[in-house]
Design a protein around this ligand. Sequence first.
Ligand SMILES: Nc1ncnc2c1ncn2[C@@H]1O[C@H](COP(=O)(O)OP(=O)(O)OP(=O)(O)O)[C@@H](O)[C@H]1O
Length: 348
Amino acid sequence: MAEVTLVDIEKTFRDNTTVIPNLNLHIEEGSFTVLVGPSGCGKSTLLRMIAGLETVTRGSITIGGRDVTDVEASQRDIAMVFQSYALFPHMTVARNIDFGMRLAKLPADQRQAKVAEAARLLHLEELLDRKPAELSGGQRQRVAIGRAIVRNPGVFLFDEPLSNLDAALRTKMRVELAELHQRLDTTMIYVTHDQIEAMTLADCIVVMNAGRIEQVGSPMTLYQRPETLFVAGFIGSPKMNLIDGLIAEAYGATTLGIRPEHIDVSREHGDWRVTVRVIEKLGADSFAYVDSEQAGAMTVRLPGDAEMATGDTLYLTPRPDQLHPFDADGRRLPDEAIRRRLASLSLV
Ligand SMILES: Nc1ncnc2c1ncn2[C@@H]1O[C@H](COP(=O)(O)OP(=O)(O)OP(=O)(O)O)[C@@H](O)[C@H]1O
């Protein structure tokens, strides 16, 4: 188990594109940290630099207190699991898991015990004699994780390990990964562009945008208190409503955010009169996509059994304590700004 610290990291590729200008990050020992952000923001590059598969242009990386900036990947006390599994097709599951330990010339009895332990942890006991082609996608990914586990690394690195799996299997593997982290209690750093994966797996999320860190925090902190407009729009599904114009200005903001579940809905009265454009029924909840003259297009959460139809008129009232005000640079305004405004409206 080890902590990871990145200081003043810059990455410029040989063609002179700077993908990461200057990044500082401390990853706690034993944490499950998820790097999340849109395609091309530099998540994989950052992970590969921690792994030692990519050099850093400037700055330093320490793992478990040891400066590994110029240390080879194999000597960094890490194990990496890729999206593509990278299994040897001609070897059995047991041989695949055993491979690194054979190379390292560990004694046979020790290797056997470790393969058996990994197989037990990952529910692979019945499959040890099969070849990768005889396994499902989820089972192959478990073998790849098994190969990482037997190395007993201080840090596990995962690069979008579930993105080749179908939705049902992804959910199952997500739960298994969370359990694995609880059992092993090892630092895990996980790259994904899927914010649901980030919210459910992480105890710490790092939101990246164009090579910079937007915010670091627990899933609920990012959800309840996004510090930037980018994080507000990125975390949460369906997305937070972001309202510009006069309504935002009335709160001293350039943009006002309100989540679909934080809007009270009435048929008789409220702040904004809206027309229902589309209703999406998901069972437990429904989402209404509505249009209003004052606030533009918005999404509102309703109970699953709400009787509602396209063209209906509704009145919406945002909950005052759930508003997120942002300035013209996309930075969150201090709470006092909104409290003052609400006080002047006698809402609090
Ligand atoms: N070897 C390279 N040379 C030049 N540019 C590169 C190289 N590798 C990656 N890049 C660029 O660096 C940027 C970040 O890539 P990276 O793979 O880290 O993004 P990502 O956030 O992981 O994206 P995705 O979610 O699509 O995998 C991209 O613009 C990419 O084109």
